[in-house]
Ligand binder design. Structure first.
Ligand SMILES: C[S@@+](CC[C@H](N)C(=O)[O-])C[C@H]1O[C@@H](n2cnc3c(N)ncnc32)[C@H](O)[C@@H]1O
Ligand code: SF4
Length: 374
């Protein structure tokens, strides 16, 4: 089984916090979709004979594409790959792009999972972040998506936002619960350097959020989701039973995937590759049949560290047998450190599998860094 990720590098506006690869030059979307279709044909062999179990349109904002462009991408995939009959097909969308016609059209094309970028249900926060939608559009998009036949819906929310407080965060989660969506991705705001927020912070116009306040919001998030029947299967991801994202889980479990489009990454089990992160350059290189990506073969150390980084954040945790299969020596070096985290309660052990406790989830990246082989 393998996955296909399609990066759609367009957005209507630039949100103040975001440093993902995208362009606001929407006029180039037809030629860029053609280039991505060409890449899909060229790279057919990348995932070998595997059935495609998941297709994920991410961005950028895939919902800015007209239905016929999404159809063109899906048909190219269907014509060139073996698609599993139960394939999970996710499309990231923004509330302001969703109306009845679009939603019904997406459903008819076979999209069976929607990831709606809400970020906040509060108008002041949405304006502060420079989002293109308002609070009522956020709520209406979810209600309408359900009415148009989508059951598998996830929304994104951001916490730890300057100028907000715990009271507001509680309201966000309350709204999410009331909307009865079966999946949530909740991210703590990162202030990235080359963004408006990064710039404001450098100039002293934006005061970073207190770590302690973000931690309290994270704690509240974990408690609320557990009380409402969601499983935290990855640090930022919560699902009702049977609504775990198959696509993202496959990344975390180290399965192979092909990523197409500017800046997309791919992994075939041994080698990682990444496409050029520029729309014009990507289109140009594809049209001239020239190299549009770079690749590296993962060293044993890379494999060991990546396994720790991705698995520790998930409910599947670190299995000793897997670590030993990568490197018995690196495992022997990491084991005493892992046991220290076990002793102080940041990590728990079930058989030979180590997972984070709620306390450990606060410092997941620091724990991974300690366990890395260097
Ligand atoms: C790159 S966006 C793509 C989806 C869609 N365009 C949207 O705006 O929702 C994916 C998610 O990353 C999260 N994200 C992006 N930048 C972030 C940041 N600096 N800090 C925290 N979360 C961020 C947001 O929650 C966003 O929904
Ligand atoms: S958060 Fe989404 S809509 Fe906003 S700039 Fe990033 S990719 Fe585009």
């Amino acid at each position: 089984m393998a996955g296909i990720y399609v990066h759609v590098p367009f957005c209507k506006v630039k949100c103040h916090y975001c440093d993902f690869h995208f362009s606001v030059q929407l006029k180039n979307r037809v030629s860029l979709v053609d280039a991505i279709c060409k890449e899909l044909v060229i790279r057919q062999d990348y995932i070998g004979d595997d059935n495609v179990a998941t297709i994920y349109f991410g961005g950028g904002t895939p919902s800015v594409l007209e239905l016929h462009l999404i159809q063109e991408l899906l048909e190219t995939i269907q014509n060139n790959y073996k698609i599993d009959p139960n394939c999970e097909i996710t499309l990231e969308c923004n509330p302001d792009d969703l109306d009845e016609e679009k939603l019904k059209g997406l459903h008819a094309l076979g999209v069976n999972r929607l990831s709606i970028g809400i970020q906040s249900f509060d108008n002041d926060v949405l304006t502060f972040m420079n989002r293109a939608h308002n609070s009522s559009q956020a709520v209406e998009s979810v209600v309408l998506a359900k009415a148009c036949g989508f059951e598998n819906i996830t929304i994104d929310l951001i916490y730890g936002v300057p100028r907000t407080d715990m009271k507001l965060w509680k309201k966000q989660l309350q709204q999410m619960i009331e909307l009865e969506v079966p999946h949530l991705s909740a991210y703590c705001l990162t202030i990235e350097e080359n963004t408006v927020f990064g710039n404001w912070q450098k100039k002293g116009k934006l005061k970073p959020y207190e770590d302690q306040a973000s931690l309290l919001q994270f704690q509240y998030l974990m408690d609320t989701m557990a009380e409402n029947g969601f499983e935290q299967y990855e640090i930022s991801n919560f699902a009702k039973p049977s609504f775990i994202s198959k696509h993202n889980s496959a990344y975390w479990l180290g399965e192979r995937y092909l990523g197409v489009g500017p800046s997309a990454h791919s992994f075939n089990g041994a080698e990682r590759s990444w496409n050029v992160a520029s729309n014009p350059r990507y289109s140009q290189l594809i049209s001239k049949n020239e190299q549009f990506n770079e690749q590296e073969t993962l060293s044993t150390q890379d494999q060991f560290n990546e396994y720790i980084l991705t698995r520790l954040r998930t409910k599947w945790g670190i299995a000793l047998a897997d670590l030993e299969a990568i490197s018995p020596k690196m495992t022997a070096d990491a084991l005493p450190i892992l046991n220290e985290f076990l002793a102080n309660g940041d990590v728990q052990k079930n058989g030979n599998v180590y997972t984070l406790t709620n306390g450990g989830k606060y410092i997941a990246d620091a724990i991974s860094a300690e366990l890395f082989s260097s």
